[in-house]
Structures are given as C-alpha cells and as structure tokens.
Design a protein around this ligand. Sequence first.
Ligand SMILES: Cc1cc2nc3c(=O)[nH]c(=O)nc-3n(C[C@H](O)[C@H](O)[C@H](O)COP(=O)(O)O)c2cc1C
Length: 175
Amino acid sequence: MRILVLNGSPRSKGHTKQMIEAFQEGAEAVGHQVDVTGVCRMKIGGCLACEYCHSKGNGICIQKDDMQAIYGLLKEAEMLVIASPIYYHGVSGQLKCVLDRFYSAAYPKRPKNLKKVAMILSSGDADMYDGAMFSYQGDFLNYLGLEDMGVFTAYGSQNGSPQKLAELKKFGMSL
Ligand SMILES: Cc1cc2nc3c(=O)[nH]c(=O)nc-3n(C[C@H](O)[C@H](O)[C@H](O)COP(=O)(O)O)c2cc1C
C-alpha cells in the first residue's frame, strides 16, 4: 500500500518526526511504500476561497505552489497519515494550510485510491488533542469517509520514549 505522511512539524529531528520514522520503519518492514512529506519545508499558501476548483477548475487548484507535489502524491496514496505537533490546541499552521487545500483534492470526490487515515500527534501537555480530533473525525472520517486506522499521541516524557516509538513501529507493522 502507498502511504502518504504529512509531517506538520518544522523540527527535522523533533518528536513528531521520531514517531513518523518509527511508523515508517514498521510499515516498510512489511512491504508498504511510505512517502513522508515535510510540509514546513514547502511553500504552500492557504486556500484563497476563490471557488475555482469547485467550478470551472473541476477539482484543480488555481494556486501553483508546492501543494501541487502533494496533490500528485494524494492521487497515488491509499492511506494518509496526518502528523503534527500541537500548536495552540490544533495542528501546526503550516499543516492547516495543506489540509484546507484538500478543498480542491476532495472535489468532486475524494482521491480515488485513498481509503484509510491515521493521525500522529505530539504535545507538551496531556489532553491537548480535542481540536485536532474534531477535524480528524469531522473532515477525514465523516466528510471524506476514510477508514479510521488510529490516532497515536505522545506528550511530555512520552515524546521520544522507547515505549512510544515501539508502539508506532508496531502500528506500521500491523497494516
Ligand atoms: C507555537 C507552539 C505552540 C504550542 N502549543 C502547544 C499547546 O497548545 N499545547 C501543548 O501541549 N503543547 C504545545 N506546544 C508544544 C509542542 O506541541 C511540543 O513541544 C511538541 O512535542 C513539539 O513537537 P515537534 O518536536 O515534533 O515539533 C507548542 C509549541 C509551539 C512551538
């Protein structure tokens, strides 16, 4: 299976990245192809709400920025992993721009190969996930109709711990 991971952390060796790497190691060990995209290294603007994609663009976004590479990967992906640090109770702003730009990718229907979704979140404190979970449930499970493969969180000293990384690796291997 082709798996697209959207990494919303700007920290190249950060907690989110460590969890992604553990997940990737597990998933690749059982034969999946994992594409990890660091969205904070890309130039991706927010949605302009111009409605071009929902009218004569027929699903094509008018903005020609680095989001085009993600649109290409989304066409191939069977599973999406949304990975982010928690910033002020939600995903990072850079990743939020990417998620808003799904407005065109999900029109008139979701990308045809995409069937499953999971989320990986890192935070400083516990119980910080309601904002990201609201979007996950509403946008990705209910609206796009993707199958929920699980939500994996780490806060405080759980971040980077061998137990947490083993959990992510095991998840990757379970797919
Ligand atoms: C701008 C900013 C906002 C943050 N907001 C929160 C927050 O609301 N709640 C929380 O528990 N941690 C918050 N944090 C801490 C990060 O979520 C935490 O350090 C996380 O482990 C960073 O992940 P990373 O190493 O993958 O970037 C914030 C950090 C930054 C830089």
